[in-house]
Design a binder for this molecule. Structure first.
Ligand SMILES: *Cc1c(COP(=O)(O)O)cnc(C)c1O
Length: 369
């Protein structure tokens, strides 16, 4: 067995909010009482202070540097979670459109996005994995997308089913928008291929309350007048993400995470290398269990963030969850929509914690195989 000392918090495999690095939690704890820079509690810091403006500028710069963003992109910090983006995007970019917006239906979260978009604009689903239970993803090349569609939307990592695209869409002329909520900053991406990327913080970036939206400023010209200001991206660009009171603490934690990613981890290539090792270890362990477990994702579409699986004998799901809880692991229950088990191994989950989980699962398999 591993010899590293891990706390209960290190063994949190929750799907979201996800685990945060211990170093970041210690700094956040200190900032609750007094920020090193101001001597005031972060919870009482004004969002109109110079300290906060500098903090937001720093967070934006980290995101720009980590993703090599071109100047044409605006980086916004919004509220309302990714769910609000599901309705803001069609309201801003599909208003009065003659052609339907286009979607890939690859799992639970893309289904939510489609449902909300359909309230605002006609929707066309180009590919739907629902009929066979969401085990795979399409090739972007095989989709009959229309460059005149107001936008094309897909979810880069289906958090519930544990399905992840390992390719970037090459769709010249299309307005490609991606919900990257559960794999943002977990690996390098070719950001220039997207018109818009968005991701809420609570899986890889910090506590809930803030959503990062990166958008090509050329998109702003498509926004109709008359939207409520809070729902109009132009408001947030103009006010540089301080139109109303933002979640100061969440943004502070997000900035700490960005520093950690760059200084402690060494950037997105290094983060991806760690994430692939962790995921590789867990999938290997599931594969080695023979027919005892069924991973949700087919091999080519396996997520490096969410490892979803079930036991062939469904009684073992509950038993495994109970034994895991007794052994100190938490957050392993599958999403309520599909059941089974899911180990979410976001950026902050340590390789040593994954090793411990793999050893636990191997032992469980020996005893119940
Ligand atoms: C968790 C999740 C959401 C939901 O985000 P909220 O911030 O709770 O609205 C949306 N998309 C994906 C891919 C997610 O994983």
């Amino acid at each position: 067995m591993s010899t590293v000392q891990l706390s209960a918090n290190d063994l949190n495999f929750s799907g979201g909010p996800g685990a945060l690095p211990h170093e970041v939690l210690l700094q956040a704890q200190q900032a609750m009482i007094a920020l090193p820079e101001t001597g005031l509690s972060v919870l009482g810091m004004s969002h109109r202070s110079a300290w906060f403006r500098e903090l937001l500028d720093e967070a934006e710069q980290h995101i720009r540097d980590l993703l090599n963003l071109e100047d044409r992109y605006a980086v916004l910090f919004l509220q309302g979670g990714s769910s609000l983006q599901f309705s803001m995007i069609p309201a801003n970019f599909a208003h009065g459109a003659k052609r339907p917006t286009e979607f890939v239906a690859s799992g639970y979260w893309s289904g939510k996005a489609i449902g909300e978009a359909a309230c605002a604009a006609p929707v066309k689903v180009l590919w739907d994995g629902g009929a066979d239970g969401y085990h795979r993803l399409p090739d972007f090349e095989e989709l009959a997308w229309n460059p005149q569609a107001p936008f094309f939307h897909y979810v880069s990592n289906e958090t519930v089913e544990g399905l992840q695209f390992h390719q970037t869409p090459r769709m010249e002329g299309a307005t490609v928008i991606s919900d990257m909520s559960s794999d943002f900053l977990s690996r390098p991406i070719d950001a220039g291929r997207y018109a818009m990327i968005y991701a809420h913080a609570q899986k890889n970036l910090g506590p809930a309350g803030v959503t990062v939206a990166i958008l090509d400023t050329a998109l702003l010209d498509r926004i109709p007048d008359g939207l409520p200001p809070m729902l109009d991206y132009r408001t947030h660009v103009r006010h540089r993400s301080i139109y109303n009171t933002p979640p100061v603490f969440s943004l502070y934690a997000l900035t700490l995470i960005c520093r950690w990613l760059r200084q402690d981890i060494g950037g997105l290539d290094a983060m991806e290398a760690i994430n692939s090792l962790k995921a590789g270890r867990l999938y290997q362990c599931l594969d080695d269990m023979g027919g005892l477990v069924i991973p949700q994702a087919e091999r080519d579409f396996r997520s490096q963030m969410n490892v979803a699986f079930r036991f062939r004998d469904t009684r073992l799901d509950a038993l495994c969850l109970q034994e895991a809880a007794d052994a100190g692991f938490s957050g392993l229950g599958g999403h309520r929509s599909i059941g089974g088990l899911r180990a979410s191994i976001y950026n902050a989950v340590l390789p040593a914690a994954v090793e411990l989980l793999a050893e636990f699962l191997e032992d469980f398999a020996r005893r119940h195989g």
